[in-house]
Design a protein around this ligand. Structure first.
Ligand SMILES: [Mn+2]
Length: 282
């Protein structure tokens, strides 16, 4: 059985209580928390999750320009390493098994050193954090973002190469259907390629809305996950539109848009998964 969670960061400034209540309401198993270990209080988050019967599935690191694991400037790199280690501690305190790692930050338009040098630095940083995380029983999932958001790692083949150079048991890769739709020839083939190293999945459709609201072929994506016997979380990471075209009144209240996309994502993927279940049983 797959488990489902939502990245709570997609709800913007909404109080965490409201987001968690919505996520529980639509039948999810867990929540992916934004990696802000300095502003979120562990005790508070833990009690919120407990009262709604949810797990912390994962921590989504937020890679701003000052959290650059591949930067040539050692002070920037050290700041980034410290930040991700704090996310790892945050994860272990919440019982989350995974911290997402993006080796070069969002919005980094040009490298600070030749490609090979930044690659080596990324490797070194992730190795350092990986060893620390192993001691706390936390895994690191390397995420490739599309070329319009960052450079260094844009494709699954690159995530895998970096993962293999880091070569720690608790360091794996993840896939994100939105980024893959831009970067890859075939989403299913890349899932197959990642196979045993695949430890986390982000789902958003081609327009970054809820699954089923764009044109990604989620049938073949799910089939690929079933084929490799993926057992981790499916985390919804849609970006709710400001103006909603699926509801007749375009200027719908934000809360209604959030509800629509949160429900649509899980219902759409679960329905496809159940269809496969019937096929597999036959
Ligand atoms: Mn993602």
């Amino acid at each position: 059985m797959l488990k489902y969670s939502v990245n709570e960061g997609i709800y913007g400034q909404e109080p965490l209580e409201a987001s968690i209540e919505r996520i529980a309401h639509f039948g999810y198993d867990g929540v992916e928390l934004v990696g802000e270990p300095y502003s979120l209080k562990v005790k508070f988050v833990r009690s919120l999750l407990k009262s709604h019967g949810l797990e912390a599935s994962s921590i989504c690191g937020i890679y701003t320009l000052d959290r650059d694991l591949s930067n040539i400037d050692p002070s920037v790199r050290e700041n980034a390493i410290r930040y991700v280690k704090d996310c790892v501690v945050f994860a272990s305190e919440l019982g989350a098994k995974i911290v997402i790692v993006v080796p070069s930050p969002v919005g980094k338009k040009s490298p600070t050193a030749p490609f090979n040098e930044e690659w080596r630095l990324a490797c070194e940083s992730i190795h350092n954090i990986g060893q620390f995380a192993a001691g706390l029983g936390v895994q690191l999932a390397i995420e490739a973002l599309n070329r319009y958001e960052t450079y260094l790692i844009n494709k699954i083949s690159q995530s895998l190469k970096l993962r293999n150079e880091v070569d720690l048991e608790n360091v794996g890769v993840m896939v994100d259907s939105f980024h893959m739709n831009i970067e890859e020839m075939s989403i299913a083939e890349e899932i197959k390629r990642a196979a045993s190293q695949l430890i986390h999945v982000h789902i958003a459709d081609s327009n970054r809305e809820a699954a089923g609201f764009g044109h990604i072929d989620f049938r073949s994506l799910l089939q690929a996950l079933i084929n490799i016997k993926y057992k981790g979380y499916i985390t919804m990471e849609f970006v709710p539109p400001k103006i909603e075209s699926h509801i007749e009144d375009f200027l719908t209240a934000e809360n209604e848009i959030f509800n629509l996309h949160t429900g649509q994502s899980i219902n759409y993927i679960k329905k496809l998964y159940q269809e496969f279940g019937k096929i597999i049983k036959k």
